[in-house]
Structure formats: structure tokens, C-alpha cells
Design a protein around this ligand. Structure first.
Ligand code: MG
Length: 390
């Protein structure tokens, strides 16, 4: 296992993909998963992530992560791990780039606002929304709605956080699964498992960087934290004369490297025991294959808690979140009452479902979830400011 690993026996093989729902002529120059990745990069939902919040409202500063830059960082980490494990790097990258497409405007606050509004109409969750974008909402192909991705990409996106609870499968997935079985209750491929862990690695490290830049905590506050405390200490000794900003970057870089090495070692231990001969053996195993060590899991939990207490629940963030939830809720209620104020194509969709409440609410949730932060703020102003009338 090294940076030049050959393809492993347990890697997903693009040439043996279970295919696409609508059959297409294979590309002469790209594998099925490379093609999936390209479709995601060219999608409208992908571009909109640049104006969607990760933790901060996008307008707060040019250096903070957005959903788009977060997804690129996840993909970068995921590819490195995938390559070292001999997995299909393209499939991993595809799943990493797609994993957050369904996040609505204003990050988790927007998702909470939509979940509350949609509670009587079948609920809202961002993973289901990602799936809706991939199989239905992107309309750029003449022959089908969605992106017509391979089975492996769809199952990876849907199950990247593990098997689904058979009693709590979101409506869109349940319906789709009746047509094409994504085997929702087994694990996803090792490639998808890598993408999921890379998400944890990326946000727990880059949020420390963003939070520090925004002044939620000082370097000194990080000294007592696992991973960061020792990384900072190490960098101070190595570079006693460097400034605090460079020290922080060196520490972040060091911590990412430590966690990646931990995943590779812990996963190799699993592989040595399991000796999987195929991607299927990874899927049908009783436990995940790609893992953090127990010690690292505990460290990451401490980081997560630190970020929650000092950043995600800081009064500055809470204020933005409260406003964001209000904007989402106001827009939802307004369009439920006045669907004829939706853009024409969306209103046509409402009319086509004969205003049946659940279907109507889902269309409005799709419309709002697709908004960028900036567009949602503008739309709220347009709809509710009486000054804007004149
Ligand atoms: Mg993410």
C-alpha cells in the first residue's frame, strides 16, 4: 500500500459497472465513473455551491470556505486516500464532489428551516435532496431528467454514511428503489466510505482554520485540544520565528496528514483481517471497512465538540442562523399561499400536480433548496419589502 498502489481486488471496477438506468453508448475516452464526475462538475447545482454557506454566510469574507471549496477539499483528501488504498479514484472523487449538492441556502440553518416547514409534507433532508438533484432536478439532457449516473455513484452518494434504516427511508429514495434497487441496507463501496471519512477530515480541520480566522478562538485555546495542541507545539519548535498565521497553516496541514495516515493504517488492519476479494465483499461486510482508529475517533469527537461549543453555537452564528431560518420559512409560507408568484416553470409544475399539498410543498422546497444564500436574501426582499414595489 503506497502512493503507487495497483488496483486492489476490492476496488470497484468501472468496466464492470451495473450501468445506468437509461442505457447509453460508453465513452471511448472516459470510464463510466470519470463520466459521472464530469456530469456533476458541469451541473447547475455544482456551480451554485460557490454561493452557499458552509458555516458562514458567504458574504462575510473571501477566505472562508463555501460548500464548493469544502467539496473540493473533501475530494482532494478522498483521492489521496483512495489512491493509497488501490481503489477507484474517480468513483471516490465523484461521490465527494456530489455529497453536499443537496444542501440548501444557509447551510444547516437553511436545512433546519426547510425541515420544519416540510414536516407535515413528508419532511426534508439534505441527503435526500442531493439524490433528488441527481435523479430528477437537473434538467440538461434531452432523453432523461437528472444526470443518469451509474448505479455505483448513486448507491455511494446515498449510503456514504452507512446503511440506511429500512424504517426511515426518505420518500424519493423509496420510490426510486422500487425501479432500481440500490441495496439501501448494506454498506456502500470502499470508495464511498473513503469519501465519507474525508468529509469529516476536511470540515473538522478547515473549520478550525476558518473559526480561528474569524476570531472565535485564539491559537492558545487550541493548545489543549488533541491533534492541534501537539501539532502547534511541534511547529513552534520547528519554526520558532514564524508568524501565527503560518503556524496555523502548518498545524492544519500536519493534522490532516496525521488523520489520513491513521485512516490508512486502521483500514489496512481491517483489510488484513477481512481479506476481501471483491467490492461486493466490502458491501456485504457486517461493519465498515474504511475507518478511523478508535483513538482517532475519540480525538475527532473532541474537535467536533470544541467547534460546536465555540463556533457553530456562538451568538454571532446563532443570529445569522435565526435570520436564515426566518427567510426560508417566510419564503416557503409565501409560495405555498401564492404559488402563482413562482417562476413560470415552477408554477407549471405546481399546476401539473393539481395542487395536491404534499407534491406542491415538495416543488416549493426544491425551489427554495436550490437558492444560493444571496438569491434567497434578494428574493425575500423582493417578496416582502413594500419599498421594492415602487
Ligand atoms: Mg460535507
Amino acid at each position: 500500500m503506497n502512493a503507487f498502489s495497483q488496483t486492489a481486488t476490492y476496488a470497484t471496477n468501472a468496466a464492470q459497472s451495473r450501468g445506468r438506468l437509461v442505457s447509453e453508448t460508453p465513452s471511448a475516452t472516459r470510464t463510466a465513473f470519470q463520466r459521472d464526475r464530469d456530469r456533476i462538475v458541469h451541473s447547475g447545482a455544482f456551480r451554485k455551491m460557490r454561493n452557499k454557506t458552509q458555516v458562514f454566510i458567504e458574504s462575510e469574507g473571501d477566505y472562508y470556505r463555501t460548500r464548493l471549496t469544502h467539496s473540493l477539499e473533501v475530494a482532494q483528501i478522498a483521492r489521496s486516500i483512495s489512491r493509497a488504498l488501490g481503489l477507484d479514484e474517480d468513483l471516490t472523487e465523484t461521490i465527494a464532489l456530489a455529497h453536499d449538492l443537496g444542501h440548501p441556502c444557509f447551510g444547516h440553518a437553511g436545512a433546519d428551516g426547510l425541515a420544519a416547514a416540510m414536516e407535515p409534507y413528508g419532511g426534508f433532508n439534505h441527503n435526500e435532496q442531493t439524490f433528488r438533484i441527481l435523479v430528477e432536478l437537473e434538467k440538461r439532457y434531452a432523453r432523461f431528467d437528472g444526470l443518469n449516473l451509474t448505479w455505483e455513484t448513486l448507491e455511494g452518494v446515498v449510503k456514504h454514511n452507512g446503511p440506511l434504516d429500512p424504517h426511515a427511508i426518505p420518500p424519493t429514495l423509496l420510490e426510486f428503489n422500487g425501479t432500481w434497487d440500490l441495496e439501501l441496507t448494506s454498506f456502500a463501496s470502499a470508495e464511498a466510505q473513503v469519501a465519507a471519512l474525508s468529509d469529516d477530515i476536511a470540515y473538522n480541520t478547515h473549520d478550525i482554520d476558518d473559526g480561528h480566522r474569524a476570531g472565535f478562538f485564539r491559537l492558545e485555546d487550541l493548545s489543549a485540544l488533541p491533534l492541534f495542541g501537539s501539532a502547534l507545539e511541534k511547529m513552534r519548535k520547528l519554526y520558532p520565528d514564524t508568524d501565527r498565521e503560518r503556524l496555523m497553516y502548518e498545524a492544519v496541514r500536519d493534522v490532516i496528514g496525521l488523520i489520513v495516515d491513521d485512516v490508512l493504517a486502521a483500514t489496512q488492519r481491517n483489510l488484513d483481517i477481512m481479506k476481501p476479494q471483491s467490492a461486493e465483499e466490502i458491501r456485504y461486510a457486517a461493519q465498515p471497512t474504511v475507518v478511523f482508529s478508535e483513538g482517532m475517533t475519540a480525538h475527532i469527537d473532541v474537535l467536533r465538540r470544541f467547534l460546536r461549543e465555540n463556533m457553530y453555537r456562538h451568538s454571532r452564528i446563532n443570529r445569522i442562523c435565526a435570520k436564515a431560518q426566518k427567510i426560508v420559512r417566510d419564503l416557503f409560507d409565501f409560495f405555498m399561499q401564492h404559488p402563482n408568484c413562482l417562476p413560470a416553470s415552477w408554477f407549471d409544475a405546481v399546476k401539473a400536480c393539481a395542487s395536491e399539498d404534499n407534491a406542491k410543498a415538495r416543488i416549493i422546497a426544491d425551489y427554495i433548496a436550490g437558492m444560493t444564500d444571496r438569491f434567497a436574501v434578494q428574493e425575500h426582499k423582493k417578496v416582502f419589502s413594500t419599498e421594492a414595489m415602487i
